[in-house]
Design a protein around this ligand. Sequence first.
Ligand SMILES: [Zn+2]
Ligand SMILES: [Zn+2]
Ligand SMILES: [Zn+2]
Ligand SMILES: [Zn+2]
Ligand SMILES: [Zn+2]
Ligand SMILES: [Zn+2]
Length: 285
Amino acid sequence: RFCKSCIEKSIRDTGQRCPVDNEMLSEDQLFPDNFAKREILSLTIRCPNADCAEKMELRHLENHLAQCQFTTVPCPQCLQAVRKSCLEEHKTVECQRRLVSCPDCVTHFFFDEKELHEQQCLFASVKCQYCELDLIRDHVESHCDTDCPKAPIACNFSIFGCKERMQRHDLAQHMQEFTQMHMRYMAEYLRSLSLNGTTPKPLRILGPSISTEDPGPAALVSACGGVRPATSCSINSAACQPTEDIQRLREMDGRLVKQDHQLRELIILKETQAGQLAELRRRVS
Ligand SMILES: [Zn+2]
Ligand SMILES: [Zn+2]
Ligand SMILES: [Zn+2]
Ligand SMILES: [Zn+2]
Ligand SMILES: [Zn+2]
Ligand SMILES: [Zn+2]
């Protein structure tokens, strides 16, 4: 007895003779050993499926596998081995690659991309981190930029050097409490413009170098310190130069005291100040 592949190889490699007794032996003299086959098929084996306790003769294995509840097939979606009996359920409720759709928008995606989508979906509902209002993600940014009463914002006078930050609903109160400071920032800002030509720059960028460059206006700045209104300072201080500047600051201060409209006027003023300064310099020279 030989196994088929072994004896065929032997005949091919070493000639047409039996490897045991060297007698002549050709391939057409070989025949299948049906007795051995019957013997083997009668061996009792265990079902090869993990978890299946079934034992049977080898000849019955094929039939058993066809109906064994532990037989697995690859899921067509995720290729994972799934029990045949569970495949439908797996494909619809378990499979990581099943198609699902977002409840907030109409997008479809694979289940394993769900978390990523939920973090990005523009229609997902989220809470504003400042005021806890329920919003869709797409609206959060504009809410925080324009509406949210609790979002942190810079003072309207930040371009003139006010460094205060506050929640939006505290801005009105800040504007009221910091009127004096804001007027000083304004005055310094305009003065720095007069000193530095027509390029408007926020005071905080120019920094304290102004005072070292020109002691005259710097003296005015320190004279303006404290609680005295800038108005009286502008009028009384002998250090204020040139007179056109004083005039402009005085007018400005008068308006600033009225609070509410001051900012709008200020912005208009800022837009036109390049022209005004050019005019000013012409008059001075
Ligand atoms: Zn063999
Ligand atoms: Zn089985
Ligand atoms: Zn699957
Ligand atoms: Zn979505
Ligand atoms: Zn908010
Ligand atoms: Zn301020």
